[in-house]
Design a protein around this ligand. Structure first.
Ligand code: NAP
Ligand code: ZN
Length: 348
């Protein structure tokens, strides 16, 4: 038994998304049924449906930034009530028992994390994501959304927010630390807000000067265009932490030159090609590292942190019929700064 709900899906790699339906399982003892209100469009959705991260089981409904309200709970669920404001991010299940799950890093479950879409689920089906009107999720993967964040600004915190908060926290962003954010898109704009709220001195490194005014409004202290070669001379040896959110290949060596001694460059953007790094550039005890989303505890921490600091995503709400157009604008670096789908416009 299952329920059929309206959704948007990619029929095949590289094809435009189309209206469709997906099946949602009956609410099990530990499940929560959520009425999805807004679903963010992450660049990872685009990489995935275009087949850039390997073959997928099409048709595929993406979406792993989900905000909505609890519509029903299973009999064993004690932590959620109908009507609660909730979120779901990039994962919907994990084994809960392996060393990585026990330490709250379910995104690295040794038994295989069940990601929110395109992932083999425990029942043998392929998970389908948040570009739909309802989802059914294990209660352990449902996040509480505190008051203080506008409904339409919540969803991007569930992926873009935690993905940038996690490395900033890990590498100690705070007062006295100089943080550079490379790429001012969905992840980048939240990185700026979060690093600023942590007390760091924040610099945005963007391809052009087009987003300068926005960056300063978001909380950046400085802004430089990476198209200007002088930027790399002026800022040589400056930063303690660089968060690279760029979705394309980047001259990593040039950015390593901007790190101070003991600095770290954390790559959260997923470049298509392998990186080339001259070893000498790491000699100042510099770290070149990566980070992938965040576990459930830190995702909750992000929502609480953002509520406390008045942080929501800067969003452009779009009807379902404009999803493909939104994808094109993301690809053209023309997102200001996250598209969020109004799920009331999804009809089967
Ligand atoms: P986005 O909104 O498209 O932002 C990416 C930004 O990168 C663009 O706005 C642009 O900023 C810059 N950029 C794009 N193409 C570039 C190029 N050719 N050269 C230099 N800069 C370029 O994407 P997003 O949703 O923030 O995601 C960013 C990346 O993170 C994607 O690869 C995504 O898959 C990945 N991601 C990773 C994780 C993780 O767990 N590690 C989680 C979520 C997403 P400017 O216009 O300012 O230059
Ligand atoms: Zn994402």
């Amino acid at each position: 038994m299952s329920t059929t709900v309206p959704a948007y899906a990619a029929p095949a790699a590289g094809e435009p998304l189309v209206p469709t339906t997906v099946e949602r399982r009956d609410v099990g003892p530990n499940d929560v049924l959520i009425d999805v209100r807004y679903a963010g469009i992450c660049h990872s959705d685009i990489h995935t449906v275009r087949g850039e991260w390997g073959p997928q089981d099409y048709p595929l409904t993406p979406g792993h930034e989900i905000f909505g309200h609890v519509a029903a709970v299973g009999p064993d669920v004690t932590t959620r009530r109908v009507g609660d404001r909730v979120g779901v991010g990039c994962m919907v299940n994990s084994c809960g028992e392996c060393a990585n799950c026990v330490r709250g890093e379910q995104q690295f479950c040794l038994d295989g994390t069940v990601f929110t879409y395109g992932s083999p689920d425990r029942d043998g089906t392929t998970t389908q994501g948040g570009y739909s009107t309802q989802v059914v999720v294990d209660a352990g993967f449902v996040l509480s959304v505190p008051e203080g964040i506008e409904d339409e600004q919540v969803a991007p915190l569930l992926c873009a927010g935690v993905t940038t908060y996690n490395p900033l926290k890990h590498w100690g962003a705070g007062p006295g630390e100089k943080v550079a954010v490379v790429g001012l898109g969905g992840l980048g704009h939240l990185a700026v807000k979060i690093a600023h709220a942590m007390g760091a001195e924040v610099t945005v490194l963007s391809q052009s000067l087009k987003k300068q005014e926005d960056a300063l409004r978001l909380g950046a202290d400085h802004y430089y265009a990476t198209s200007d070669p002088a930027t790399f001379e002026t800022l040589a040896g400056t930063f303690d932490i660089i968060v690279n959110t760029v979705s394309a290949d980047l001259d990593v060596a040039a950015y390593l030159g901007l790190l101070n001694l003991h600095g770290a460059m954390s790559n959260v953007g997923v470049a298509p090609s392998p990186m080339s790094v001259p070893g000498g550039l790491l000699n100042g005890h510099k770290s070149l590292t990566g980070s992938m989303i965040g576990g459930i505890p830190v995702t909750q921490e992000v929502l609480d942190f953002c509520a406390e600091h008045g942080i929501g995503a800067d969003v452009e709400v779009v009807p379902a019929a404009r999803i493909n157009e939104a994808y094109e604008r993301v690809l053209a670096s023309d997102v200001r700064y996250r598209f969020v789908i109004d799920t009331t416009t999804l009809t089967a």
